[in-house]
Design a protein around this ligand. Structure first.
Ligand SMILES: Cc1ncc(COP(=O)(O)O)c(C=O)c1O
Length: 370
């Protein structure tokens, strides 16, 4: 189906830029494996996130999570393998944990739609080896400093899945990408910083970044010895070139996206929708709105789609997937997760969307809920 308003419309680089970059790649004789474009993109990411932040690029956020988990949680024993994470997130983090032999312990979200820190602490026990905090919809968790304190208190690492949050800020103004042991970003086509497939891991610990770079290259060290069990998570030069070009206009595009979100809010708040705290400091992958009244949001989404608007519902809580549930622990106290999921609709936002488009989408919603 072709929608008049597809859910995602990435800003693609100019074809001439791609051709030039490709010619440079040929001249460099360097397709992949940490080439000059990759090194430049890392530098750009470091200065974008802030002082003392180092990064490595990865072929996807999922592989970034894999690399981070392999490095940070290494050494934990089979009987000590629980990792606390929310159910209200994308499934990738849980899949990576499970395939590395860990057991996700799924906790609820709070009124901010962010992981519930009280439930998290209740679930910490002698088998807990880490926390996979997920910044819901890439919005910086307003309680991030409390999560860091929790991680220090119990001496367990805090890995932050900020897939959609490249360019977002925490409430205190520090960049998403600077918290916990490390943060993982996605540069997938569906994200505001879209390069096709790709991502990055950022940390203020350069030693950790060094370990990530070995792990993402089969565990090879400088002497070409396999020092640890790794994988292949390297990002190709051409994707890095796209990232470098994207970076040039990204700050401006974030402002544009935030402005569109604020227009959506202006139109949707009076008809009973609420929004996520701190979303105005995020990169806004899309508009997420929760209906305060009990309405059939799936039916509303179907109606919007029939009108050419590709609305969606994120995230399907991961405890609802039988394959995930089978390998996870779940306290059965996921009521906020259920409530938010039931009331949520996610609406398209593009860098260059017009107010009249947002008005049309909002008018269509109004028509169907009244
Ligand atoms: C929270 C979260 N984690 C991980 C991912 C996976 O990212 P990628 O597609 O780059 O592997 C996504 C992608 O949607 C996500 O939203």
């Amino acid at each position: 189906v072709k929608f008049k308003y597809p859910f995602i419309k990435p800003s693609f680089p100019e074809a001439t830029y791609l051709i030039k970059s490709y010619e440079k790649i040929v001249e460099n004789n360097w397709y992949t494996n940490f080439g000059p474009f990759e090194k430049q993109l890392c530098k750009d990411i470091n200065s974008f996130i802030g002082i003392n932040i180092k990064s490595t690029t990865v072929a996807s956020a999922t592989l970034g999570l894999d690399v981070a988990i392999k490095v940070i949680l290494k050494g934990s024993k089979k009987d000590k393998n629980q990792v606390i994470m929310p159910s209200f997130t994308f499934v990738a983090g849980a899949e990576v944990l499970i395939s590395n032999g860990y057991t996700p312990v799924l906790v609820d979200i709070n009124k901010d739609w962010q992981p519930d820190i009280v439930q998290a602490e209740e679930n910490i026990n002698k088998n807990t080896v880490g926390i996979l905090l997920c910044n819901t919809f890439g919005v910086g968790n307003p309680q991030i400093r409390e999560w860091e304190a929790l991680s220090n208190k119990y001496n367990i690492p805090l890995i932050v899945d900020s897939a959609a949050g490249f360019g977002s800020l925490y409430e205190d103004g520090l960049a998403v990408g600077s918290a916990g042991n490390c943060e993982i970003f996605s540069f997938h086509a569906t994200k505001p910083f879209a390069i096709g497939e790709g991502g990055a891991i950022t940390s203020n610990d350069p030693k950790l970044i060094n370990e990530f770079r070995k792990t993402q290259n089969f565990g090879f060290n400088d002497k070409k010895q396999v020092e640890l069990i790794g994988t292949n998570a390297k990002l190709q030069e051409l994707n890095c070139a796209i990232g470098i070009s994207k970076m040039k206009t990204f700050s401006k595009n974030i402002l544009k996206r935030q402005e569109k979100l604020s227009y959506y809010k202006k139109l949707l708040a009076p008809i009973g929708f609420i929004f996520q705290p701190n979303d105005d400091k995020s990169t806004v992958p899309f508009c997420s709105a929760v209906a305060q009244k009990k309405i059939d949001t799936q039916n509303l989404i179907n109606k919007l789609q029939a009108n050419g608007i590709e609305a969606k519902k994120y995230y399907t809580p991961i405890h609802k997937f039988t394959a995930i549930n089978k390998y996870s622990i779940n306290s059965n106290k996921l009521s906020m997760t259920e409530n938010i999921y039931s009331g949520i609709i996610n609406l398209p936002i593009y860098d260059n969307m017009h107010h009249k488009d947002i008005k049309y989408i909002s008018d269509t919603i109004t028509k169907y809920i009244q």
